[in-house]
Write a protein that binds this ligand. Structure first.
Ligand code: DAK
Length: 258
């Protein structure tokens, strides 16, 4: 499928979705977010895809929601139209793992988009920020919640209230990103991680994504119970039998997603 604001390529079981609005530093317009939701849904439905990488350009992952587009809207427009509501819901329904490969600016909605992914791998050029305060608004697709969970209240308040940017080293130290690599190696690193995940049993991968995401939603005892029940359930899979057998027989497992 052709997109106006994205490029999508699938190889070796990994779908790479590249945001492609260079003239606006990949600012998130309704068209871009709608196309992104469509591309993610297609990747979810494609049996050949086992992991998704979401990325932007060297200069920007995404510099936020499209300010030009937003500047035309009224309260009634965004409230009654539930701006970005459906697209974000669709994003969050994707069950395959999504890696954000971030170089350059990931600001406002761009930072939030990265945080909606499962893993963030950053280039050493990455800059994260929630500068909505400079526009007289606040984050709108999870920034006050997800950034706070990721980096703690003090740093999150600092980012939201001052609008300052966090570089890749600070983001790694604060726990926002899992790895930082030289910009030239960003896609190799992300594809390497995606390739590793693609080798695993999709049943187990899906269970891990659900269990880790539960930790962000529920209290500890409910989360621990969810994890334990998921662990028990996986004893029903052929891949669990194969994984343990392969270990005992000192060979690589052959997972069949069963
Ligand atoms: N929107 C539209 N255009 C943008 C843009 C953006 N967010 N960011 C950059 N651009 C455009 C610039 O206007 C410029 O276009 P031309 O003038 O060339 O036509 C082009 O991209 C290149 O940008 P600059 O010339 O500014 O490039 P610099 O290298 O000098 O500066 C910069 C890069 C990233 C520091 C700067 O562009 C900048 O500060 N951009 C805005 C960053 C920002 O404020 N982002 C937060 C946006 S607010 C909600 C959901 C989501 C949101 C809110 C509610 N609901 C569901 C309720 C999210 C809000 C936001 O993200």
């Amino acid at each position: 499928m052709g997109y106006e604001t994205l490029n999508v390529e699938t190889s070796n079981h990994v779908a790479v979705i590249r945001l492609d609005r260079p003239e606006a530093l990949n600012a998130i317009s309704s068209t871009l977010l709608g196309e992104l939701a469509k591309a993610l849904k297609a990747a979810q439905a494609n049996d050949k895809v086992r992991c998704i990488v979401l990325t932007g350009s060297e200069k920007a992952f995404a510099a936020g929601a499209d300010i030009r587009e937003m500047s035309e809207k009224s309260f009634v427009d965004v409230f009654m139209g539930d701006l970005f509501g459906d697209e974000v819901d669709q994003f969050l329904r994707i069950r395959k793992p999504i890696i954000a490969a971030v170089a350059g600016y990931a600001l406002g909605g761009g930072c939030e988009l990265a945080m909606m992914c499962d893993i963030i791998i950053a280039a050493d050029t990455a800059k994260f920020g929630q500068p909505e305060i400079n526009l007289g608004v606040i984050a709108g697709i999870g920034g006050t919640q997800r950034l706070t969970r990721a980096v703690g209240k003090a740093k999150s308040m600092d980012m939201h209230l001052t609008g300052r940017f966090m570089d890749a080293a600070e983001a790694e130290k604060a726990g926002l990103v899992s790895r930082v690599v030289p910009a030239k190696k960003l896609m190799d690193e992300a594809m390497g991680a995606a390739g590793k995940i693609a080798e695993k049993s999709m049943v187990t991968v899906t269970a891990i994504k659900e269990a880790v995401n539960q930790s962000q939603e529920v209290g500890l005892s409910d989360g621990l119970l969810f994890e334990k029940r998921m662990f028990h359930a996986l004893f029903n899979t052929e891949d669990r039998v194969e994984g343990m057998k392969a270990f005992v027989e000192k060979r690589e497992p052959q997972f069949r997603d069963r």
